[in-house]
Design a protein around this ligand. Structure first.
Ligand code: IPM
Ligand code: MG
Length: 362
């Protein structure tokens, strides 16, 4: 079996952590006797240098010819934000790829294993048991993309506006996917909305409730977004699968990631209906630590694990990689971002190497 993957390392720590994920992919090839063809393409500031564009046509072409995209990170240092190289880079590259490939479903697996509970900023009594939440965020609709949006008028009457729209089919497809995922987990689904104020969101609630009747085995609840923001810090362990529209999902996943302690551990998948997917770590380009060999490669490695599961249908491989990561962490090896207390601090490469060895040995 041959799998074709577009590899977009991008900026900052992107290239370093992608390198470790690629080593894990090579180990998987060896162990399972399969072939993964990797085609590298530039994106973000790295693409700007060569092409004067954050998402060059050549890169899109390579992505179109692949079954999945392994994405590193884009973005530059705060002090350089106004340079053309970085201006709107995240928006152009990320929103561009999401729209181009109709990546409507964003899965963010936010997990705090109990042995890392000390990394959370929350009190130990709240997080000592750890938590494991799968956020399912609608990614190509809602207020991010709907028209009209723009600016008009002048003086004190000058205004700016965005429009929030959700179609029935958009809500139905993301809700079904979330329920299917809940079925394979702890069978609990919390749908987030603002049905008490926004028309789009009472429609969201109505449609999700209809879909819920197809899944009587899943324990379903609605939750207002403001309450959800509070519940996340009071008792994150109550959540299993959390379904959100585009903007609420953006906000709540950052909150949840913050509670989990390190962005360096969080993988994500952005999926199209036919299982084409983009796999991206949650942490961004972290230019302050780029090139120092200290970045945590785990989010990128776990994103590759998600790729095997969701695009290639190889849950066995995905579990194998996840287990390898857990085993290395449980033996006390950590990169700096999660190095609390009496642990063995290792570099990006060393941690990658250990995960590779673990995959090969088990
Ligand atoms: C994310 C990011 C993006 C978003 C930005 C960079 C466009 O915050 O992936 O969550 O808002 O979706
Ligand atoms: Mg965000």
């Amino acid at each position: 079996m041959e799998y074709k993957v577009a590899v977009l390392p991008g900026d900052g720590i992107g290239p370093e952590i992608i390198e470790e994920a690629v080593r894990v992919i090579r180990a998987v090839e060896e162990k399972y006797g399969l072939k993964v063809e990797l085609n590298y393409a530039p994106v973000g500031g790295a693409a700007w240098e060569e092409h004067g564009n954050h998402l060059p046509e050549e890169t899109l072409k390579i992505c179109r010819e692949s079954a999945a995209i392994l994405f590193g990170a884009v973005g530059g240092p705060v002090s350089e934000q106004n340079l053309p190289k970085w201006k709107d880079v995240e928006r152009t590259a990320l929103l561009g790829l999401r729209k181009e490939f109709d990546l409507f479903a964003n899965l963010r697996h936010i997990r705090l294993p109990s042995y890392l509970s000390g990394a959370s900023p929350l009190k130990n009594e709240i997080v000592k048991g750890g938590f494991d939440i799968m956020f399912v965020r609608e990614l190509t609709g809602g207020i991010y993309f709907a028209d009209p949006k723009g600016r008009a008028g002048r003086g004190s009457g000058e205004k700016a506006f965005d429009t929030m729209v959700y179609h029935r089919w958009e809500i139905e497809r993301i809700a079904r996917l979330a329920f299917e995922i809940a079925r394979k987990r702890k069978k609990k689904l919390t749908s987030i909305d603002k049905a008490n104020v926004l028309t789009t969101m009472s429609f969201w609630r109505e449609v999700v409730e209809e879909v819920a009747t197809e899944y009587p085995d899943v324990n379903f609840e609605n939750m207002l977004v403001d309450n959800a923001a509070m519940q996340l810090v009071k008792n994150p362990g109550q959540f299993d699968v959390v379904l959100c529209g585009n903007m609420f999902g953006d906000i709540l996943t950052d909150e949840a990631a913050g509670i989990a302690g390190s962005l360096g551990m969080l993988p994500s998948a952005s999926l199209r209906e036919d299982n084409f997917g983009m796999y991206e770590p949650g942490g961004g380009s972290a230019p302050d630590i780029a090139g120092k060999g200290i970045a945590n490669p785990i989010a990128q490695i776990l994103s590759a694990a998600m790729m095997f599961k969701y695009t290639f249908g190889r849950e066995d491989i995905s579990k194998d990689i996840e287990k390898a990561v857990d085993n290395v962490l449980e033996r006390g090896y950590r990169t700096l971002d999660i190095a609390l207390g009496n642990v063995k601090k290792v570099s990006t490469k060393e941690l990658g190497e250990m995960i590779v060895n673990e995959v090969l040995k088990s």
